[in-house]
Design a protein around this ligand. Structure first.
Ligand code: MGD
Ligand code: MGD
Ligand code: SF4
Ligand code: MO
Length: 731
């Protein structure tokens, strides 16, 4: 008789950390489904999460680490041996080229695991390298930059239950679990709409969210800032602003009013290719609501002017006085993460860029969203003092995720040392000198700290009640496997190098404080996983041991009620809605003519998420493969007819940088002229880039040194101008 048991578990297939039930048979996870009684997720699950059990035993899963041979193939290597060799090589590179030659990149599954993040940044700090890149600057870098320029409102926004209106800009949380709607987004939107909340969606596609919108503005890609400025202008013109709030809490109103003046409905309608009446309808819905929120996503951040779009997300919130006010009850006082002080005030703007490490390319520096990852390939390729020689990749896949794939390929090949921490031979791992095979989620501990932390990102992120769940390691690694948690491998590399690690406390939001109040490790003794998590939650509002004791199934803690306090009388900080750099970008939009529509590149490739897969993860899973064998280039039927295309035909898409082949598929509700193509598909260019076999890589179309943001370095990763040619008929 097989030994079968059921366990509650935190899903870690994406950042949303849903609560699932795992059926485990003879120590193997065999089935997963949503936990119906969970007070926050209410049984939600998606196919990616439900397949997480299967990933633990997929044949493609690496059961031991790999080393590249002289012939370019990979051979198994004991993790001990790999760690020793890697440490030797790092030591030699530091001695020869200095610490800056060692860089790290934290991708999706590094970001999603705080133990990995903490030990990775601890190691780079300990050796004295500032070169830590993350996926944030190729994701939604405008968020950090705009928050810095506008200022944080400490009390945040009121909970979703109180919103009368929600505006989503280039984000589709029903599919992506990006912020805006919170956890189990479809259910929450349904309830919110039932009680009367209005929804405004800006998206060139009729997305799952747009289908339910009261106003859907099918904006021309890259013109979101134009539309939001138009809405700001209408709010001001129709006196639908909270003048008392603005006078008391914000600087820069007059400059803003002047800067948005040219953004008349006629101008916006023309630029953004929407109906002026729809713009006015959206502005009136937004302007007549008592409370509400605005949330933007990747579409808005990747199409140029992402900082400005995110800035306007905040400016519109301020114009309407939608921030939480004195006396409002804070939904989530915090369980594992300390929230910002619940005061109705802003400390004011802070520097958004121009500090920290100076990169050697394009005048880029560290910015409020981190070091510009779009510059990492150039930092590897450009000779000279400080050149990056070694790259550690933590749960990311630069080869298919970074913009400018051809440059990334050159860079990966140029490295003296490329190490990935990845459970399968990703495109990047195929080029790596070492691939460290990590444990998978059900083999290690995790509380829901990541998603709680994301609650500070913006409205409708994280939890709006004091919820947490704790999962133990549920199953051992497969028999005979030699796997290691990322943090443990990094601990051992540090030991070899003779450096001591400081482990950041992730319960503290301020990164300097999280470091200064972190834990300096005694390197003579390797901590246990639980001890590591105790360090990561050292100053948490609720102790990890209490969370562990109470929240195996997910639990809403009984925290003392927290109400927003008025600001102290001597408070000086104010929000800034007239930032000169942002307003000068507005000037550029209004004073320059629109790009000619019959240019050499008439189509725009726009980014989107696919329901069934997360970025480049586990595309080879046979169940997913049956549902989604490749990433189709979704097009408008009229465009297809005009180009003589049918479903399944292969087209060649050419940008100013490169061309790629993709397979077209009609989709209703895509704006004419747009080609909606998901990212992180395809393999190594020239080796495995058959669109039918591995999909098409949109990163190839981006150029990091063209049309890039001067602060985050992000180039166009959506709204990429291309021309289209039919390459072959469907086979
Ligand atoms: N053109 C275009 N480019 C884009 C985007 C876009 O919309 N358009 N999106 C951008 C965005 S938002 C992001 S976040 C980046 C993503 O950038 P990356 O994070 O670099 O890419 P992912 O594909 O998410 O890489 C995840 C890797 O983690 C591995 N993995 C899976 N499970 C685990 C695990 O449990 N542990 C470990 N250690 N590894 C695991 C997978 O095998 C995979 O290799 O791509 C960006 N690139
Ligand atoms: N199922 C699934 N979920 C995911 C992921 C995944 O790969 N699959 N990836 C995860 C990651 S890494 C991230 S960062 C989040 C991202 O989460 P979201 O930002 O919500 O990502 P999308 O669902 O792609 O939504 C972006 C929307 O922007 C639209 N868009 C493209 N260009 C423009 C433009 O110029 N203007 C406007 N207004 N809209 C535009 C697209 O049509 C798309 O509907 O999702 C996460 N969740
Ligand atoms: S949304 Fe993310 S966390 Fe939730 S079940 Fe799907 S993969 Fe897992
Ligand atoms: Mo992302």
């Amino acid at each position: 008789m097989p030994n079968r048991r059921k366990e509650h578990v935190v899903c870690r297939a994406c950042h949303a950390q849903c609560s699932l039930i795992a059926e485990i048979e003879d120590d193997r996870p065999v089935r997963l489904y949503g936990a119906k009684d969970n007070p926050v997720y209410h049984g939600y699950s998606c196919i990616k999460g439900r397949r997480l059990a299967a990933y633990h035993d997929l044949p493609s899963r690496l059961l031991c680490s790999q080393r590249k041979t002289a012939g370019g193939n990979h051979e198994p290597i004991k993790s001990d041996e790999a760690i020793h060799e890697i440490a030797e090589k790092v030591g030699a590179l530091i001695a020869r080229h200095g610490p800056r030659s060692i860089a790290g990149y934290i991708g999706t599954h590094g970001y999603n695991n705080f133990a990995t993040q903490a030990f990775a940044s601890g190691l780079l700090e300990a050796i004295g390298s500032p070169m830590m890149f993350t996926s944030v600057t190729i994701d939604q870098p405008g968020k950090g930059i705009a928050t810095s320029l506008h200022g944080t409102w400490l009390a945040g926004t009121p909970s979703m239950q109180e919103w009368d209106v929600l505006m989503l800009v280039g984000t589709n949380p029903i599919v992506s679990m990006n912020g805006g709607l919170g956890m189990n987004p479809a259910r929450r939107l349904h309830h919110a709409k039932k009680r009367g909340m209005k929804l405004i969606v800006l998206d060139p596609r009729c997305t799952e969210c747009a289908e339910q919108a009261d106003v859907h503005l099918a904006v021309r890609p890259g013109e979101d800032a134009t539309v939001l400025a138009g809405i700001a202008r209408l709010l001001i013109a129709e006196n639908a602003i909270d003048r008392d709030f603005i006078d008391a809490e914000a600087d820069g109103f007059d400059a803003l009013r002047e800067a948005v003046a040219p953004f008349t409905p006629a101008f916006v309608a023309d630029r953004a290719d929407i109906a002026a009446e729809d713009l006015i309808r959206a502005a009136r819905l937004f302007g007549s609501a008592g409370r509400g929120a605005v949330s933007a996503g990747t579409g808005a951040n990747m199409s140029g002017r992402g900082n400005l779009v995110e800035y306007f997300v905040r400016v519109l919130t301020t114009l309407r006085g939608f921030w939480a006010k004195p006396g409002d009850r804070i939904g989530n006082p915090g369980v594992l993460v300390n929230r910002l002080p619940a005061i109705a005030a802003s400390p004011g703007p802070r520097p958004a860029y121009g500090f920290g490490e100076k990169l050697r390319v394009r005048g880029l520096t560290e910015c409020a969203s981190g070091l510009p990852t779009a510059a990492a390939a150039d930092e590897i390729l450009m000779p000279g003092k400080g050149q990056v020689k070694a790259l550690f990749v933590f749960g990311g896949n630069p080869m298919v995720a970074w913009p400018d794939q051809l440059k990334t390929l050159e860079a990966m090949k140029a490295l003296d040392l490329l190490v990935t921490f990845d459970p399968h031979m990703s495109a990047t791992s195929k080029l790596a000198h070492y691939v460290i095979a990590p444990k998978l989620p059900f083999e290690f501990v995790s509380p829901t700290m990541l998603n709680e932390m994301l609650g500070n990102f913006g409205p409708g992120w994280g939890y709006d009640v004091p919820y947490a769940q704790y999962s133990d390691a549920l199953v051992p690694p497969p028999p005979g496997a030699d796997l290691i948690e990322e943090w443990e491998a990094l601990f051992r590399i540090a030991c070899h190098l003779g450096v001591a690690l400081n482990i950041k406390d992730f319960s503290l939001l301020d990164s300097a404080e999280a470091k200064s109040r972190g834990t300096r490790l005694d390197m003579r003794r390797k901590p246990s996983s639980e001890e590591v998590w105790a360090m990561l939650t050292k100053n948490a509002p609720v102790s990890l041991s209490e969370v562990k004791a109470k929240a195996r199934e997910g639990f809403v803690f009984d925290r003392p009620a927290l109400f927003v306090a008025p600001k102290p009388a001597d408070w000086t900080g104010k929000l800034d809605i007239g930032n000169p750099v942002m307003l000068s970008e507005m000037d550029q939009i209004s004073s320059r003519p629109a790009a000619a529509s019959n240019s050499a590149f008439p189509y725009r490739v726009i980014s989107r998420r696919l329901h069934d897969v997360l970025n480049s993860c586990w595309h080879e899973d046979p169940v997913l493969k049956r549902r989604m064998a490749y990433n189709p280039a979704f097009m408008n039927r009229a465009d297809m007819r005009r180009e003589g295309l049918q479903d399944g035909d292969i087209v060649e898409l050419e940008s100013g940088r490169a061309h790629l082949r993709a397979i077209v598929q009609a989709e209703d509700g895509i704006k004419p002229g747009c080609i909606s193509l998901s990212h992180a598909w395809g393999g190594i260019p020239g080796e495995d880039d058959d669109p039918l076999a591995s999909g098409s890589n949109t990163g190839k179309l981006s150029a990091v040194d063209h049309d890039y943001d001067p602060y985050s370095g992000i180039p166009l990763m959506s709204a990429i101008p291309v021309q289209l040619r039919k390459a072959a008929a469907a086979s």
